[in-house]
Design a protein around this ligand. Structure first.
Ligand code: ITT
Length: 194
């Protein structure tokens, strides 16, 4: 096996995976490379189900071994929300979404604002059971956004070890400590076995 389809439209994710899979002798393909325009719906109730749906769906469409991931934010005080609904939480995007999260947490004191990012990667190949790799990153939901880097919820995600939000640390550092990086390192171990 030499080709691996990375089933994402997000170029940032592709770069991260390419860096972590360097030296495996894999040629990484994207959906755009293969001219795949169909969207596999993320209808699952868990990160794992969504990652599986995407990996198996795009493996069937492409005939190639395929990696797909699903990720999001889990806030303990909100019972694990927004979870798999992170991208569409509150029905809003960008700064409005950060404000929506803060509004949901306005009565939650600092010591109960623990949260984590989760990333689940599914690796699918024809004729074999799909395999999974997971990564998490723990933090605290800030009282107000800080920092310009990253994307999504990063300005509200405070890292105790760094005394910074995830939007305040350099991108290269985020790419070493992130939930996605941890999952990708575990996925690399699976790919080495393949
Ligand atoms: P795909 O094309 O790969 O689906 P996506 O950007 O929709 O790309 P996900 O479904 O994996 O990616 O991410 C869901 C949401 O979770 C994303 O829109 C963010 O709100 C949040 N999220 C995930 N990882 C994050 C990170 O590293 N920093 C901040 N927010 C993140």
């Amino acid at each position: 096996m030499h080709e691996l389809l990375i089933a994402t439209h997000n170029p940032g994710k592709l770069r991260e995976f390419a860096a972590i899979f360097a030296g495996l002798g894999l040629t990484l393909r994207t959906l755009d490379d293969l001219g795949i325009t169909e969207d596999v719906e993320e209808t699952g109730a868990t990160f794992e189900e969504n990652a599986r749906l995407k990996a198996e769906g795009y493996a069937a469409l492409s005939g190639l071994p395929t990696l797909a991931d699903d990720s999001g934010l889990e806030v303990a005080a909100l019972g694990g929300a927004p979870g798999v609904y992170s991208a569409r939480y509150g029905g809003v995007k960008g700064a409005a979404q950060l404000q929506y999260l803060l509004d949901q947490m306005q009565d939650v004191p600092w010591h109960q604002r623990v949260a984590r990012f989760v990333c689940v990667i599914a690796l699918a190949r024809p004729g074999h059971p799909t395999q999974f790799a997971q990564g998490t990153l723990s933090g605290v939901i800030e009282l107000a956004p800080r920092g310009e880097g990253g994307f999504g919820y990063d300005p509200l995600f405070y890292l105790l070890d760094e005394d910074k939000t995830l939007a305040e640390v350099p991108a290269a550092h985020k790419n070493q400590i992130s939930h996605r990086a941890e999952a990708a390192r575990a996925a690399r171990a699976i790919l080495e076995q393949w």
